[in-house]
Design a binder for this molecule. Structure first.
Ligand SMILES: Nc1ncnc2c1ncn2[C@@H]1O[C@H](COP(=O)(O)OP(=O)(O)O)[C@@H](O)[C@H]1O
Ligand SMILES: [Mg+2]
Length: 364
């Protein structure tokens, strides 16, 4: 198990004006399952590829364990092959003319070992991924999920101390993705490896990570446990990126009855903030669930959307839309005028720069 440390790491690709990764400081603890999460193009893959040594930074320093593998100022630059990392990418290329066992035995990093050792390691890796019975099959006779397991087994056979995974599940269908997520969690428990897992899927990151790093435009927006990130977003970007349906954001000075109501709520509390966010599950239709200091909004129900097991309620104030969610069938009908409530501790406040107004306490 190794620690990974990034200090001031930046990268601008030749011909680009903006850096793809911009001054990233990050410590990955030994044995951690860290997810890099953010929208497409935010710099996740570039960050991962720099840890792997497939790209090199043009500012900063990267350390794996005790070893400095990149240091721009000192001119240190260690190649990918000499870093001893395991890599799994979205497009897993298996050799079609080799069986599953041969694919795992002849993985690039296993190849140079003696024959018996190769066989032992392949055997063990296949057992870990629960695909021993597929050993003599060819890749063409495997499902997508099975092929991805083989690719992971091939990486595992090299016994890397750190596994780097770049959207390894995005080519799989929804059910397989769920299965493979559970598989990754088990693999992490079993090997104790440090894992860095790139995904643009917030649900994937929430379910897998010990900590999530949210990125946007090459910069880290927040690092925290899944619940810290969800419950105490550091800024508006993180608040809006996490959650589905998305958080309801009310801007100060925005037109409409709801904005006027929140303005007076801010004033009554002497709050100097620019916007407020309320998650759909925190917008309640029953006042008894909201507490004494709650914000009340007069809204009209415009749609009821059952999702199977829960409901999304679309509400409006004549100017803009809000979403609420409920685990129970809501006792309201379309067109009905209702009061929606949000407890004050569930109202996220942001300043003019979009930063969280409350101190960032650790979530309970
Ligand atoms: N080889 C490259 N050459 C030039 N620009 C690149 C290259 N790879 C990535 N980029 C740019 O860098 C930014 C970050 O890309 P990437 O790290 O792949 O993001 P992500 O994995 O989060 O989608 C994007 O704007 C992308 O277009
Ligand atoms: Mg990517």
């Amino acid at each position: 198990m190794l620690r990974i440390s990034l200090e001031g790491v930046g990268k601008t690709y030749p011909g680009n004006e903006r850096p793809s990764v911009d001054g990233v400081d990050l410590e990955v603890q030994p044995g951690e399952f860290l997810c890099l999460l953010g929208p497409s193009g935010c710099g996740k893959s570039t960050t991962l590829r720099m840890i792997a040594g497939l790209e090199h930074p043009d500012t900063g320093r990267i350390t794996l364990g005790e070893r400095v593998v990149d240091d721009v100022a000192a001119g240190t630059r260690l190649d990918a092959e000499r870093r001893g990392l395991g890599l799994v990418f979205q497009n897993y290329a298996l050799w079609p003319h080799l069986t599953v066992r041969e694919n795992v035995e002849f993985g690039p990093a296993v190849q140079k070992l003696p024959r018996a050792e190769r066989r032992d390691r392949a055997h063990e890796a296949l057992a870990t991924l629960a695909i021993s019975e597929l050993a003599e099959r060819y890749p063409s006779a495997l499902s997508g999920g099975q092929q991805q397991r083989v690719a992971i087994a091939r990486t595992l056979a090299a016994r890397p101390q750190i596994m780097l995974l770049d959207e390894p599940l995005s080519n799989l269908d929804a059910r397989l993705r769920l299965e493979m997520r559970a598989e990754f969690q088990r693999l992490h428990r079993q090997t104790g490896n440090t894992m860095v897992f790139v995904t643009h899927d917030q649900f994937e990151a929430m379910t897998l990570a010990t900590r999530i790093v949210v990125m946007d435009q090459g910069r880290i927006q927040q690092v925290g446990t899944p619940l810290e990130i969800y419950n105490r977003p550091a800024n508006r970007f993180v608040a809006q990126f996490m959650g589905n349906p998305p958080i309801n954001i009310l801007e100060r000075g925005e037109p409409g009855a709801a904005a006027q109501r929140i303005e007076s709520w801010f004033e009554a509390r002497g709050l100097d903030v620019a916007s407020a966010g309320i998650r759909p599950e925190d917008l309640r239709l029953q006042p008894q669930l909201a507490g004494p200091d709650a914000l009340d909004l007069q809204l009209e129900v415009s749609a009821l959307l059952p999702t199977g097991g829960s409901w999304i309620i679309e509400l409006g104030d004549g100017t803009r839309r809000f979403f609420a969610t409920s685990q129970q069938r809501p006792e309201v009908t379309c067109g009905q005028r209702i009061t929606a409530w949000a407890a004050s501790q569930h109202i996220h406040l942001f300043d003019r720069a979009g930063m969280r107004h409350q101190p960032l306490e650790v979530a309970a």
